[in-house]
Design a binder for this molecule. Structure first.
Ligand SMILES: NC(=O)c1ccc[n+]([C@@H]2O[C@H](COP(=O)([O-])OP(=O)(O)OC[C@H]3O[C@@H](n4cnc5c(N)ncnc54)[C@H](OP(=O)(O)O)[C@@H]3O)[C@@H](O)[C@H]2O)c1
Length: 236
């Protein structure tokens, strides 16, 4: 599949799934705008992609938990490109804990600020660039924790709350942006591993999650895949 010249912005792109998404799009010829809350870390990923000479990547600072940082990233993108084809809302803080008091107030604030408010603000501020594209997609890396009735994760309730906020945003945007031809594609994976065998009795891998993103984005425009849900491996 060629995604030659596709203009793709990814949040939380400095490591793990965000970095792998960047590499996968770069290998297919995309033009990447990579953001992270640590600019140097985003720059390292961008340099590695540029050295390999497949796609082309620029690095930006974007702390999703800080509204001014989100707006500054959107403004920088506006200066750099006339349109954006794909926004991947990937960056999010994970928090473990069964009981509300298990984590500090600051941690709760940062999970909600990044996963809920920051993601919403970024989508809002990048919408003009997406509207200027002939093939705009918004991809949301949500989580099974954002599914109604999901209880199987050991994530903190704040993580569940942030992912439900992200899922609610994706749900209404999918409906309201459909008439404009903007596809809103959301993934609800359970816990997955970065590396591992791709077997029926193994955990879901980042590679498979990324393949779902590439597949959905690569479809012709009549095909609007709204959501990916996954059955979790049963243990014990
Ligand atoms: N891995 C899983 O099991 C799993 C399951 C379901 C859903 N997901 C979702 O899939 C996405 C990627 O997962 P992952 O496993 O790669 O997650 P991860 O390893 O926890 O990495 C999270 C990424 O988000 C970034 N981030 C955290 N807070 C941020 C902020 N305030 N502003 C900007 N970036 C921030 C991190 O950057 P730093 O390096 O600065 O921390 C990192 O790049 C996330 O949305 C995650 O919630 C993951």
């Amino acid at each position: 599949m060629t995604l030659e010249g596709l203009r793709v912005a990814i949040t939380g792109a400095s490591r793990d799934t965000g970095r792998r998404l960047a590499e996968a799009f770069a290998e297919r010829g995309a033009r990447l705008f990579l953001s992270a809350r640590d600019l140097a870390a985003a720059e390292r990923v961008a340099s590695m992609i540029n050295r390999r000479g497949l796609g082309r990547a620029d690095a930006f600072l974007c702390d999703l938990a800080v509204a001014d940082s989100v707006r500054a990233f959107a403004a920088s993108l506006n200066d750099r490109t006339p349109s954006l084809d794909v926004l991947i809302n990937n960056g999010a803080v994970y928090l473990e804990g069964r009981d509300l008091p298990d984590v500090s107030d600051d941690e709760i604030e940062s999970v909600m600020a990044a996963g809920a408010t920051g993601t919403l603000l970024l989508t809002k501020h990048l919408l003009p660039l997406l509207r200027a594209s002939s093939r705009p997609d918004i991809v949301n890396m949500i989580s099974a924790c954002g599914e109604v009735g999901h209880r199987r994760s050991g994530a903190h309730p704040a993580f569940y709350a942030a992912k439900h906020a992200h899922a609610g945003l994706a749900e209404i945007l999918s409906y309201r942006l459909r008439p404009e031809g903007i596809r809103v594609i959301s993934l609800f994976p359970p816990d997955f591993v970065q590396e591992g065998p791709r077997r029926a009795d193994g955990d879901l891998t980042a590679r498979s999650v990324i393949d779902c993103v590439l597949f959905a984005v690569g479809q012709p425009r009549d095909c609007f895949i709204r959501e990916f849900h996954f059955e979790q491996v049963q243990r014990g």
